[in-house]
Design a protein around this ligand. Structure first.
Ligand code: NAP
Length: 337
């Protein structure tokens, strides 16, 4: 039985983490939910008990085995090392430690070998949501055929921006006849729109979400020289990110080979019958655990290039579920829904 802390327990990812803990047989002896002062007085219900929300303070992690962080880079930078000092594993959902070479960045189906029962308490970084579903789909292709190059364009749901982003879209839906809705979370109104910006831009013209995908993909796949290029776009889907992916394999293989690799890949579900309009959509996969792949077809010019469509719930596999799967590996727990 484990004593667990959740920092950001009232947010989108924290709430999904509680839902998944409730669905699975993960052995929780104690839950310590943390949030901002604004949430003091709230209670989180789990396993038939109400656990009062606390604020972070010195000694708040004492006695915990695991702390899941989902409340932003600054809080993780300051508090995750303190959780480890107190003897807990810190599974960090922020971007604070992902590219630190001394810290493992893990998608269990892809590089779970970095985790083992008996390892000492440490910070383990949970990758960016759009990276997780991409590397999950690439892993079997990489293992079987080798990867030469990956190009990805994303269609990312508003829930990726947290509760405030979700609320901004819903507010614009209610006020949909307003010709000039206010945008605060996103740089432009998101209703009836698409926005080719997620995060801030660097001098090369890439936004921070694109840089995360490019760097994290190489690190997780352990392919430092892999060519990866990303273009990320926010769309007015409520939840689940979609990606169109062009992957250049090292060798020429048949469609059956590629489809079979995806069908048997860990954590993947194949939905690929486009002539009958069968392929994953963000509405349909929301609330589901796997990464869904469809529309697998060969490029007409280069026979080594394959196109595919990858969709997954960014709050579940893209954040909370992946974090819990990391904990399952560390503690050698097979908790199932
Ligand atoms: N949304 C996604 O798809 C996604 C995917 C991967 C990673 N992430 C990452 O996960 C993190 C959380 O994202 P989210 O979408 O859950 O955001 P969110 O809905 O905005 O939730 C933020 C959480 O942080 C808490 N918080 C704020 N200030 C705090 C403080 N001083 N001390 C303790 N807790 C504090 C909030 O508490 P209050 O309710 O009291 O304000 C809330 O529980 C971010 O780092 C994000 O980049 C998100």
């Amino acid at each position: 039985m484990l004593k667990i802390g959740v920092v950001g327990a009232t947010g989108m990812v924290g709430t999904a983490f509680m839902d998944i803990l409730g669905e699975r047989t993960f052995p929780v002896a104690e839950l310590r939910p943390f949030a901002s002062e604004a949430s003091l007085g709230k209670k989180i219900s789990l396993l038939g008990r109400d656990w009062p929300v606390q604020v972070l303070k010195p000694g708040c992690f004492d006695g915990l085995d695991l702390v899941f962080f989902s409340s932003g880079d600054d809080i993780s930078k300051e508090w995750a090392p303190l959780a480890v000092k107190a003897g807990a594993f810190a599974v960090d959902n922020s971007a604070a430690f992902r590219m630190d070479s001394s810290i493992s960045l893990v998608v269990p189906e892809v590089n779970g070998h970095l985790l083992s029962k008996g390892m000492k308490p440490a910070i383990i970084a949970n990758p960016n949501c759009s990276t997780i579903q991409l590397v999950a789909a690439l892993k079997p292709l990489s293992d079987k055929f080798g990867l030469e190059e990956v190009r990805v364009s994303s269609y990312q749901a508003v829930s990726g921006g947290g509760q405030a982003a979700h609320d901004e879209l819903m507010g614009q839906v209610k006020d949909h006849e307003n010709p000039a809705p206010q945008a605060q979370v996103f740089p432009h109104p998101i209703l009836f729109n698409v926005i080719p910006q997620i995060g801030s831009f660097d001098d090369d013209g890439f936004c921070s979400e694109e840089v995360k995908i490019m760097k994290e993909t190489r690190k997780i796949l352990e392919l430092p020289d892999l060519k990866v290029s990303a273009f990320t776009v926010r769309v007015p889907a409520l939840n689940s990110h979609s990606e169109s992916v062009w992957v250049t394999l090292k060798k020429e293989v048949s469609r059956e080979d590629v489809v079979d690799a995806i069908r048997t890949g860990e954590g993947l579900v194949l939905q690929d019958d486009p002539k009958r309009s069968v392929y994953p959509t963000p509405r349909a996969v929301s609330g589901q655990d796997p990464v869904y792949v469809g529309r697998i077809h060969r490029d007409l010019e280069n026979p080594k290039i394959w196109l595919m469509w990858v969709v997954s719930d960014n709050i579940r596999k893209g954040a909370a579920l992946n974090g819990l799967q990391i904990a399952e590996r560390i503690f050698d727990i097979k908790s199932r829904p």
